[in-house]
Design a protein. Structure first.
Lengths: 168, 144
């Protein structure tokens, strides 16, 4: 029995970029984030999409769980690689941008990296994931007001950081 | 529109990198494949359910009382029969013993196992009793 069809493809195309961006917070590379998203998406499509009250929020929550699981394995692997003296992969961009906006993209990525994890994940879910505050609260297991305040703090910090970078 | 909204729109104009074609192909392949076998934990849970069901069945069989089986010949009223029909010399007490195992061993009282109890030193000829004096021959006491 095949579960593949246009249904899953439209779901995947609509959500995968934001899911990969969300997973990138806990992964070293775009490829690792894709693996995490693939794992979570397959599990979601087989079981979660019918059971979940809010499938989109459930999918983001599944990605976070899978990313944290993968990070635990990666930390063990990193220790082995450090012992073997191997080099780490360089950081890859998380956004697509035209050449003329590449500086802006790099600035936003650098500023995002400085945010506390709680603020960064709320910002990613709200801005690029398109989730509402109640949905974000469900994904992260926090009250909606906490999600809203984290979002506000994240925007302030990001704007301040980008302004500092703009001043020579 | 607030400054925050404008800034958010500006951020949203940055598009997250799309998933690669390879990720899409792998996802399609995994969804097309049959789902994996149940996790070992689930199989263990299934086995545990089967074992508990078997144990419940066994317990039900073992605890089935006189209402389920006719009373043994000669059984007393407390065991579902009428003691009046007990044949002469029949031991009417119900004994539970697993088939194929040895009969329960009835232990003799301590005084008959070579260890005289403190209450019966007088039965041992020639030893002093609790009073310290030699007890008389018990057979002589019986004869008198």
């Amino acid at each position: 029995m095949s579960e593949a069809g246009p249904d899953w493809e439209s779901w995947f195309d609509a959500t995968a970029p934001a899911l990969v961006l969300f997973a990138r917070q806990w992964t070293d590379s775009h490829a690792d984030a894709e693996d995490v998203v693939q794992e979570a998406f397959v599990r979601f499509w087989r079981a979660g999409r019918h059971a979940a009250e809010d499938p989109k929020a459930y999918l983001f929550a599944s990605v976070k769980r899978a990313a944290l699981d993968a990070r635990r394995g990666r930390l063990r692997r990193r220790r082995r690689e450090a012992e073997a003296g191997r080099d780490r992969r360089p950081n890859e961009p998380v956004f697509e941008s035209a050449l003329e906006r590449d500086e802006w993209r790099a600035g936003v990525e650098a500023a995002l990296a400085t945010l506390p994890e709680g603020q960064r994940e709320v910002l990613v879910l709200k801005v690029w994931g398109g989730l509402t505050f109640p949905q974000i609260a469900a994904v992260l297991g926090v009250p909606p007001n906490t999600a809203a305040s984290r979002h506000r703090y994240a925007l302030e910090a990001l704007r301040r950081r980008l302004a500092e970078e703009a001043v020579p | 529109m607030t400054d925050d909204d404008r800034f958010e729109d500006e951020l949203r104009s940055l598009r997250p990198r799309a998933a690669s074609d390879a990720a899409r192909r792998l996802t399609a392949a995994r969804l097309a494949a049959p789902p994996p076998k149940p996790h070992t934990g689930r199989r263990l849970a299934g086995a545990a359910v089967a074992v508990s069901a078997a144990a419940a069945l066994l317990a039900a069989v073992l605890t089935a009382g006189p209402a389920d089986t006719p009373p043994r010949p000669g059984a007393g009223a407390e065991n579902g029969g009428d003691g009046a029909t007990a044949p002469a010399g029949c031991d009417c007490r119900v004994r539970f013993r697993r088939p194929g195992t040895a009969r329960p061993v009835r232990l003799a009282p301590p005084s008959a196992r070579g260890r005289p109890s403190a209450a019966a030193p007088a039965l041992v000829r020639g030893l002093p009793g609790p009073s310290g004096s030699l007890d008389p021959d018990p057979r002589a006491a019986l004869r008198s």
